[in-house]
Design a protein around this ligand. Structure first.
Ligand code: GLC
Length: 558
């Protein structure tokens, strides 16, 4: 492949870093993170190798769902900064070679949004039909409820309106009615607005719920086909900004997910989070058996060249295991979150990777090595690079939304405000800032931060990881995933041992010989193959190796 292709389809080899402005760095000293603080840390992110910053919602909000309840899609929450700060952030990031994408949360608004206030106030309001109303809502299934700890229905009676309104999430988040052309126009305007401020695309919240129109009891029968609507959104965005992306949250089966990329041409979402791969990764880890992960990866439907999977091991929500069977979920719970307080919604975990793995550095590194070597575009959640844990005393999903740990000092260097004034809790105990922080790891070549930096560099140097077709290599150990990605003559082979016992992995490569040694990418090392393309690779317990097949014509740096 031409190296220039990696800038053309930049998202296929991007390294995405998700952060919440509120918890990243408080520059103003009032206890809440701010955009000015993110700007101060752009160099840190650039050194790490991040190429795309994903900002969680920073819009005006009553903050009853961590900012996913918005009162102005065009605004910046005054607690976090101004439009001026935002423009400076985008510009500074771009100067360091980093793009910015933002959360697009238009399935719903906050119930305090002026549109909803107007809508509920009168049936003749021009905003009435911006939401989904019903006199007699249908019964919902228990499985339709996203937050079963707080909600029992998708419909909420509104005294003011004298009708029920639809809310896919919390009752304070009424769903917008995308069957209404005025709503669709407004959503396009929102997209256009942030593109104009320089963003490179959107992480699109709750896509299946956003585009669904069947809940609209009063809608005309010709409500638009949901996927036609997604195509419209994509094409609008691409007209405004040719290389902008839509990274969609679509937690469905692989087969159902494929539809959200669009037919052969892929004219809907650009990228999909691989929720199925993520959930099966945890099952594989729990069993020390690569099988579930292998099967999940092999079940990924084929995507058009310009589309991509986004891989992740943690995000800002519960670590959902909803697509596993009940028994599989129990296995993961008992391995990584046996206490009820570690679990949430009956389907997920509110823990981070290092604590789930009991702080075992070999296993933690193996998981991140796996993340960066899987086919796709890796997405990190802030703090993963240093091995932050969770704070279980915080409520619900807030356990993993703690303040970023910069130093061993007060508030982990997040803020100079009194600890009682912080916008989010700081982790206490063994994973707290005294033991886990950026400052201590920055100059330590053996730290997790240095290791993740190496992983990112190695990932960036091997575009076949983002572009190649997956091939799982035959070998005898069920705890081992040996996979290979080849694109245009370049090959990386990755081996991961999900079990604590060391092992030797015999490999046979059909297209390699004694002239094409395997060169280690994460350490020094070179393995020669025999004439039949065979070699035996040593793997430590929880070991990992990335091997480049060095062909005589390969002129890449090794
Ligand atoms: C998405 C977000 C989640 C939020 C929900 C409602 O699932 O990831 O954090 O609560 O949408 O907006």
């Amino acid at each position: 492949m031409r190296i220039t292709d990696t800038s053309d389809l930049w998202w296929k080899t991007a390294v995405v870093y998700c952060l919440d402005v509120e918890t990243f760095l408080d520059w103003g000293g009032n206890g809440t993170g701010d955009i000015a603080g993110v700007v101060q840390r752009i160099d840190y992110l650039a050194e790490l190798g991040v190429t795309c910053l994903w900002l969680m919602p920073f819009y005006p909000t009553p903050d009853r769902d961590d900012g996913y309840d918005i009162t102005d899609f065009y605004g910046v929450d005054p607690r976090l900064g101004t439009h001026g700060d935002f423009a400076e952030l985008v510009r500074t990031a771009r100067d360091r070679g980093m793009r910015v994408i933002v959360d697009l949360v238009v399935n719903h608004t906050s119930d305090r949004h002026p549109w909803f206030r107007a809508a509920r106030s009168s049936p003749t309001s021009r905003y009435r039909d911006w939401y989904v109303w019903s006199d007699d809502p249908p019964k919902n299934k228990a499985t339709d409820i996203t937050f079963p700890d707080q909600e029992t229905s998708l419909w909420e009676w509104d005294d003011k309106a004298g009708q029920y309104y639809l809310h896919r999430f919390y009752r304070h988040q009424p769903d917008l009615n995308v069957a209404n052309p005025a709503v669709r126009e407004e959503i396009a305007k929102v997209i256009g607005f942030w593109l104009q401020l320089g963003v490179s695309g959107f992480r699109v919240d709750a896509v299946p719920f956003l585009i669904e129109t069947h809940h609209q009891p009063t809608a005309p029968r010709d409500v638009p086909d949901p996927h036609a609507y997604l195509r419209q959104l994509r094409s609008f965005m691409s007209r405004r900004s040719g290389d902008a992306i839509l990274l969609g949250e679509v937690n469905l089966s692989h087969v159902q997910q494929r539809r959200f990329i669009g037919d052969e041409d892929g004219d809907e979402l650009t990228m999909l989070f691989d929720f199925i791969g993520m959930q099966n990764l945890y099952l594989a880890l729990a069993r020390s058996d690569a099988g579930p992960l292998t099967r999940a990866l092999e079940s990924r439907p084929h995507l058009p060249d310009h589309a991509q999977w986004a891989t992740f091991v943690r995000n800002h929500d519960e670590l959902t295991l909803d697509k596993l069977t009940q028994r599989q979920r129990e296995e993961v719970f008992s391995a990584f979150g046996p206490e009820p307080e570690m679990q949430i919604y009956g389907r997920g975990l509110r823990r981070r990777v290092p604590s789930m793995l009991n702080g075992d550095p070999r296993r933690i590194r193996m998981v991140y090595s796996l993340l960066f070597s899987l086919p796709g575009t890796p997405v990190l959640f802030y703090g993963e690079e240093i091995g932050m844990g969770e704070e279980l005393s915080a409520e619900g999903r807030a356990a993993v939304r703690t303040t970023m740990q910069w130093t061993a000092g007060r508030n982990g260097g997040f803020s100079s405000a009194a600890p009682s004034r912080l916008a989010a809790p700081t982790v206490q105990g063994g994973f707290g800032p005294e033991h886990v922080n950026v400052e201590a790891q920055r100059r330590d070549p053996d730290s997790l931060l240095s290791f993740v930096t190496l992983l990112i560099r190695s990932y960036r140097e091997a575009p076949e990881l983002g572009w190649g077709e997956l091939e799982v290599l035959d070998q005898p150990h069920k705890a081992v995933l040996a996979h290979r990605l080849t694109h245009d003559g370049s090959t990386t082979i990755a081996l991961h041992n999900l079990a604590p016992e060391p092992c030797q992995v015999p490999l046979r490569l059909r297209d390699a010989t004694e002239d094409t040694p395997l060169v280690d990418q994460l350490a020094d090392g070179r393995t020669n193959l025999d004439a039949a393309g065979r070699a035996v690779i040593d793997l430590d317990g929880y070991g990992y190796r990335w091997l480049r097949v060095l062909t005589p014509s390969d002129r890449r740096l090794v």
